[in-house]
Design a protein. Structure first.
Length: 276
């Protein structure tokens, strides 16, 4: 559920508080979080590491350590992180890990569905890990409409499915794909490779606008997502298409419709986003 704007909000909230801090104590309370590795072994490896930077790539959160190692955190469906003074967080049956930092504060990881993962990578392993799995960062300067067009060329999959493919673009998910295509006025079932250049330009702009809107509102809280200081995101209050079935399109007044694309609930305006 957390997509690029949610993970970026987590990153930007944690980064100033965690940079330079050492992991004094690590408790991993759920074997699923680090499998196939042993929680005690992973915790032992993490203890003593000092955080150099907190970064993001796609939907992954990265704790970069001074040693050159990295801890890769993927929140998947329902993962979230809280940062608070040590011992100040209430008991939580869904807490899966706690890290005590050298300033006495805690970083607690909560995950109801337990699909989230923590993976410790050795120096040099991070870039190859991402190279196999992730395409361009949609908010990078180097990500142009031309590059998006190259990624979509020849693909018969619906444009929405192409946007959900992390190797096309890193960080898009079901919410922001619908929001991007509404902005682009492109039907989610259009074959990705059949878009005209001006339509690719619109998708490119729509993706960036939707993601920036999400970041500006600190993400969307539908169920579990919260910022590391415990606040809700506000993007859900400003969705243009996602989850708005039957409500009027903000541009034309036509009721938003729901369909399924790539197995995912998909919302669009049948007037603004037409199939040719
Ligand atoms: Zn419309």
């Amino acid at each position: 559920m957390p997509e690029l704007p949610e993970v970026e909000t987590v990153r930007s909230t944690l980064a100033p508080a965690l940079a330079g801090r050492r992991l004094d104590r690590v408790d991993i309370l759920d074997t699923r979080l680090v499998r196939p590795f042993e929680p005690l072994a992973v915790a032992g490896e993490l203890e003593g590491e000092r955080i150099d930077a907190v970064e993001r790539r796609g939907k992954y959160l990265i704790f970069r350590f001074e040693s050159g190692r990295s801890l890769l955190i993927h929140l998947r469906m329902t993962g979230s992180l809280r940062h608070a003074p040590g011992g100040s967080l209430a008991d939580d049956a869904h807490r899966r890990a706690v890290v005590r930092l050298d300033d006495g504060s805690d970083v607690a990881y909560r995950d109801v569905r337990r699909f989230g993962t923590w993976l410790l990578l050795e120096p040099g392993e991070l870039e190859p890990y991402f190279a196999k799995r992730l395409g361009a960062e949609p908010l990078d300067h180097g990500f142009t409409a031309k590059r998006l067009g190259e990624r979509l060329a020849g693909r018969r999959a619906p444009i929405k499915a192409a946007l959900l493919d992390q190797r096309t673009l890193a960080g898009m998910g079901n919410i922001y794909a619908d929001e991007a295509l509404w902005r682009a006025r492109i039907h989610p079932l259009r074959p990705a490779g059949a878009l005209a250049p001006d339509e690719v330009n619109r998708v490119h702009a729509g993706v960036r606008q939707a993601l920036k809107a999400g970041i500006a509102r600190q993400g969307a809280t539908l169920r579990d997502y919260a910022t590391p200081d415990g606040r809700r995101g506000r993007m859900q209050l400003e969705f243009k298409a996602y989850g708005r079935g039957g409500e009027p399109c903000e541009r034309c007044g036509t009721p938003i419709e729901r369909t399924r694309v790539a197995g995912r609930g998909t919302w669009y305006c049948p007037h603004c986003q037409r199939l040719p």
